[in-house]
Design a protein around this ligand. Structure first.
Ligand code: SF4
Length: 335
């Protein structure tokens, strides 16, 4: 802060609201950081901690964990330094802050668990995760997701035991659920609020949903938006995955299953819904909605960019989706 206040006070601003904090301004209030010129940081040696940490994010939940932002194209190249080592060094550099945040978040978690016990909706998180992991290959199959969603409504405390895909599921209903999940996350006319898909050509693509239609725009380096196309969301079917796309999706589900921030989002959902559903039902339900959202977004990217539903198409959908995923509301916080 001292550096920015002294050298470039016009480049920082303070957000409004309860959680007011200083941040760097954005071009036209919605584009890239004002310090990004020709796609390069003009203050690279003095960039803030958040920028230094990217694409790692430190999450304070019941413990501190590090999560890799898969929307960063760099992480998919397989080049560069050892990620675990780099993340450890960054964690050590911020240790004091992480420890103090952990104190606060552990307290919130304790309170959360005690409410769950009282409401009778507590389940064993490691057992939930292990069961998901043991069945991971089925999680890319809409027929299996349909079964999970049915069971979560039928049974007060569901398990995945003896759950098999049923191909008589209502495909139209699943397609509508996938479309609704995706439209909800894109439902804003404010470019600041919608997810950004960084294309293969490094373009910044935004998809804004309104009245069932999706408008695709590209934002240039100065924060200007250019409309590229529009489509009725119902004209984009939920497309079936190729075998390689299925494998890629299952790998991503496995990453989500290990992320503490995903768990924090499940807990946030339980809190939002008033502790009515069991932890297991909410966990599997959130995972199903996440997968459907991602599959539909993959179908949408295929519609606009012809990315397909194989490994390449699902990777692009993950690049599009993961930034959003890490932004999901949680009990706990990124530090
Ligand atoms: S690294 Fe940080 S300070 Fe530099 S341009 Fe990017 S967002 Fe701005």
């Amino acid at each position: 802060m001292a550096f920015f206040r002294k050298n470039m006070p016009d480049k920082v601003t303070k957000t409004r609201g309860e959680d007011a904090h200083f941040c760097l301004k954005m071009k036209k209030g919605r584009g890239s950081c004002v310090l990004l010129n020709d796609r390069r940081c003009s203050i690279y040696q003095n960039r803030p901690t958040f920028c230094r940490q990217f694409p790692y994010h430190f999450y304070a939940g019941e413990r501190i964990s590090v999560e890799l932002d898969l929307s960063c194209r760099g992480v998919w190249t397989g080049n560069g330094v050892d990620a675990a080592e780099e993340a450890r060094a960054l964690a050590e550099a911020s240790e004091k802050r992480l420890v103090s945040e952990l104190k606060e978040s552990s307290e919130v978690y304790r309170e959360f668990y005690s409410i769950c016990r009282e409401a009778g909706v507590m389940s064993d998180v490691s057992a939930i995760r292990m069961a998901l992991s043991a069945n991971i290959d089925k999680f890319a199959d809409p027929a299996y997701l349909a079964k999970i969603m049915d069971r979560s409504l039928e049974e007060p405390k569901m398990t995945l035991e003896n759950l098999t895909p049923d191909n008589r599921y209502d495909a139209a209903e699943m397609e509508a659920a996938a479309r609704d999940a995706a439209l909800e996350s894109m439902g804003s006319s404010d470019p600041m609020m919608v997810p950004v898909y960084c294309g293969k050509d490094w373009s910044w693509n935004m998809f804004m949903a309104a009245d069932g239609r999706i408008t695709w725009s590209v934002m240039d380096d100065d924060g200007n938006l250019e409309e590229k196309g529009t489509v009725d969301a119902k004209d984009i079917p939920l497309k079936p995955l190729d075998e390689s796309g299925r494998k890629m999706l299952c790998q991503y589900v496995s990453v989500l299953n290990g992320r503490e921030s995903f768990l924090g989002n499940v807990f946030h959902t339980m809190d939002r819904l008033g502790y009515e559903d069991d932890m297991a039902n909410t966990y599997y339900g959130c995972m199903c909605v996440t997968i459907l959202d991602l599959m539909w977004r993959a179908s949408m990217l295929d519609h606009f960019f012809g990315t397909g539903m194989g490994e390449d198409g699902i990777r692009e959908a993950i690049i599009f989706y993961d930034m959003d995923r890490l932004d999901a509301p949680t009990i706990g916080a990124f530090v």
